[in-house]
Design a protein around this ligand. Structure first.
Ligand code: GAP
Length: 515
């Protein structure tokens, strides 16, 4: 079942701020729209997500290597990639509310509503027919479902035709015909649709020297394409091989909303896999499979993922899909997998005059490789983890707790070491334990407040283990260890702590599921 819970998103935004995960950017000046800062816990979660991706993609794959390209690139890069001419959003303004929208998103939201009707119809029938219910047959034959499905196909066709041919008037007409209203004011008084380029530009060099307009990269991928030959030659790479990168990207998003889901400055984790022409569909399917398994290994619930195949292919792709996640605002794109053909390398060959090819020793010929790309937004992954981890629980004693059930390997802190009191040598003993553990695990020390309150604070930031140092510890070198998820406590020897914590929090356990 898809989420659509504004309230949940609000709670997550508030929790993320209160517990040092995500702050509005430059908040003392009232913030900057669609820019966010990661706090002391957020940055650790983000780093752990990067580690999970990097290890799975680069460390565990002999045929993939990493790079870190600069954000500024020669301006011709963006001419070649098509971004100067075609990286546009079709925008429409509502004349009454003065709000601006992406025309295609208004139409997609309308389609999502029809999909919602279909889902409701199926849910009703499931209830009515019980165990005998044949969902596939129902969807294939029920007149209401069929009518709505036909409607979706026809809307998609009109939208695709209008966007591909650049006929923006037909997109406006589609919005009028569907009687789509401004989601805020309800008004149907729309302007024409206009194209708006999403790249941020700035100037490099002083004006006296002849300043050049350059762009903040809107995707990390082009840093990989322009380095294809450098890496292939210096790394003696043979096709098929991949280049991976994590880095910032910038887009002047018009509708920047839904917290860190759509930002103007965000981080991508991309991998371009170079293959022999003709073999791209095989690799496209393989990477679809590999990437969905990587997501599912996180344990956020298999039902929260689905593929969405693109009907409107980008100018560079011959096949593309999204991995969608069930965010608090419903199923939305988390990662894109694109078969980009030889579009980018060929375009860079043409614009640079340099050959970007591979000599295939088996075939004894040169060719421009085809590319299959996997591209995930790190901030969206962060939101996926945070939103599915956020749990409000009623406990047996009637009290309540908020716990972040973050996969243990990704938790900002792995263990909190808590002396029961601030005296009698307990803080010193606790520090001794941290000095042993800190080489392997991020540890948190806290001595203020009652122990129950300290447990709750650790639950709220997702710390898998709390270790309490008490008077008995001084006598027999044992501590109590409390598990975040079931709150059970056990008395164990200090010398066993490292092994027990490691069994749960080592990222190896996540990575081993991928083999
Ligand atoms: N190189 C291909 C590419 O950039 P994309 O589908 O435009 O493809 C890839 O972006 C991923 O980047 C998306 O699936 C999403 O997770 C993330 N992303 C895109 N725009 C974003 C934004 N404004 N804020 C946060 N993440 C974004």
């Amino acid at each position: 079942m898809a989420n659509n819970d504004d309230n949940l998103l609000k709670k997550i935004v508030a929790h993320a701020k209160e517990y040092g995960f995500v702050f509005p950017s430059s908040e003392i000046y009232d913030g900057l729209s669609a820019a966010y800062d990661y706090g002391q816990n957020g940055v650790q979660l983000k780093n752990n997500l990067k580690e999970y991706w990097w290890k799975a993609m680069v460390q565990m794959n002999e045929e993939i290597v990493g790079i870190d390209a600069s954000i500024f690139m020669h301006p011709t890069t963006w001419k070649a990639s098509g971004h100067v001419d075609a990286f546009n959003d079709p925008l429409i303004d509502n004349k009454d509310s003065k709000k601006r929208y992406r025309a295609d998103v208004l139409i997609e939201d309308y389609i999502a509503k029809i999909e919602g009707k279909i889902n409701k119809e199926v849910a009703k029938a499931t209830k009515r027919f019980g165990d005998d219910f044949d969902k596939d047959q129902f969807i294939a034959t029920n007149p209401n479902v069929l009518r709505n499905k036909e409607k979706i196909v026809s809307i998609n066709e009109r939208m695709k035709k209008g966007l591909e041919s650049g006929d923006l008037e037909s997109i406006r007409q589609l919005i009028i015909d569907l009687e789509i209203a401004d989601p805020i004011s309800g008004s149907k008084n729309w302007t024409e649709v206009r194209q708006f380029n999403l790249m941020f530009s700035t100037e490099m060099g002083s004006v006296a020297d002849g300043a050049n307009t350059i762009y903040l990269r809107p995707e990390t991928a082009q840093g990989i394409f322009v380095n294809y030959l450098n890496v292939q030659k210096t790394g003696r790479m043979r096709i098929p091989f991949g280049i991976a990168q994590i880095g910032k990207a910038f887009r002047n998003e018009i509708i920047a909303r839904q917290f860190i889901f759509r930002m103007r400055e965000f981080e991508q984790m991309e991998m371009q896999f170079f293959v022999k022409p003709g073999e791209e569909m095989e690799w496209y399917n393989k990477w679809k499979n590999t990437r969905i398994n990587w997501h599912k290994a996180l344990g956020l619930g298999e039902e929260n993922y689905r593929f969405h195949d693109h009907l409107n292919l980008a100018h560079y792709a011959n096949a593309a899909c999204d991995i969608e996640f069930n965010f608090p605002m419903g199923f939305k794109e988390l990662e894109g997998i694109h078969s980009r053909t030889d579009f980018d390398l060929k375009a860079h060959e043409e614009h640079s005059g340099k050959k970007l090819q591979f000599f295939d020793p088996v075939e004894n010929k040169n060719y421009v490789p085809y590319v299959v790309e996997t591209s995930i937004g790190l901030d969206r992954l962060f939101l996926a983890v945070l939103s599915s981890a956020y749990t409000e629980e009623k406990l047996e004693d009637g009290s309540e707790r908020v716990v972040l059930r973050i996969p243990a390997a990704l938790a900002p802190n792995k263990v909190a070491i808590l002396p029961l009191t601030k005296k009698d040598g307990l803080p010193e003993k606790a520090r001794e334990i941290i000095d042993e553990l800190k080489y392997d695990f991020t540890c948190f020390y806290e001595e203020k407040d009652a122990i129950g309150k300290r447990y709750r604070r650790q639950d709220a930031i997702g710390t898998p283990y709390c270790v309490t140092v008490d008077h008995q510890t001084l006598e027999d070198n044992t501590v109590t260890i409390r598990d975040r998820d079931n709150m059970l406590q056990e008395r164990i020897s200090i010398s066993d702590l490292g092994t027990i914590i490691g069994q749960k929090v080592d990222i190896k356990h996540l990575l081993k599921q991928l083999n």
